[in-house]
Write a protein that binds this ligand. Structure first.
Ligand code: GAR
Length: 186
């Protein structure tokens, strides 16, 4: 069985799309959610879908947090780790040890970081989109796997644009996991 571990921090609509998807044809299964925010809505979504969840709140000692996260991921023996709205930069000890993909709400390399949708609007862009990429130790710098474009409407708010991007992200992340699983060793 190919084991999928999800990382998420917030609402968890991407995580939910993954929880609801069936990866049995690819020999895959979502085995756990890891969250860094004890009150995040994604934890409730995991509970409702009977997905085991683990919370690792940030510690004053970042190195200690990095080690705890690495130990937990290793114990879950993932074939693939999926960062789906996880708002932390992963250290190189983790990015070099595990196969990790991330969904990001812009057309990378444009607008990396935590405010990609806001930054695209502030730059006056007429289009944006979403990128799924392999995660390396940089900020949204890893190799791009797939992108999908989206036109920005005039006078569009950050919230409405982000919602439209997330609709695309949910489909793309599930399709990408399905595409990658057969290429990965369990
Ligand atoms: C998604 O748009 C995801 O790409 C973004 O957070 C949102 C999570 O939505 N991630 C980043 O910006 C990471 N840099 P959700 O909580 O509804 O799944």
């Amino acid at each position: 069985m190919k084991r999928i571990v999800i990382l998420a921090s917030g609402t968890g609509s991407l995580a939910e799309a993954i929880f609801n998807a069936d990866f049995s044809e690819q020999g895959g299964e979502v085995v756990a959610l890891i969250c860094d925010q004890p009150d995040a809505q994604v934890l409730k979504r995991a509970e409702q879908r009977h997905v085991e969840s683990y919370t690792i709140p940030m510690l004053p000692d970042r190195e200690q947090w990095n080690k705890e996260l690495e130990t937990l991921i290793a114990a879950l023996r993932p074939t693939l780790v999926v960062s789906a709205g996880f708002m932390r930069i992963l250290p190189k000890e983790i990015t070099s040890r595990f196969k990790i993909i991330n969904s990001h709400p812009s057309l990378l390399p444009l607008f990396p970081g935590a405010h990609a949708v806001r930054d695209a609007l502030a730059a006056g862009s007429h289009e944006t989109g979403t990128t799924i990429h392999w995660v390396d130790a940089g900020i949204d710098t890893g190799q791009i796997i797939v992108q999908e474009k989206l036109a920005i409407n005039s006078d569009e708010s950050e919230e409405s644009l982000h919602e439209r991007i997330k609709i695309v992200e949910r489909g793309l992340i599930v399709a990408t996991i399905r595409r990658l699983l057969p290429t990965l060793e369990s």
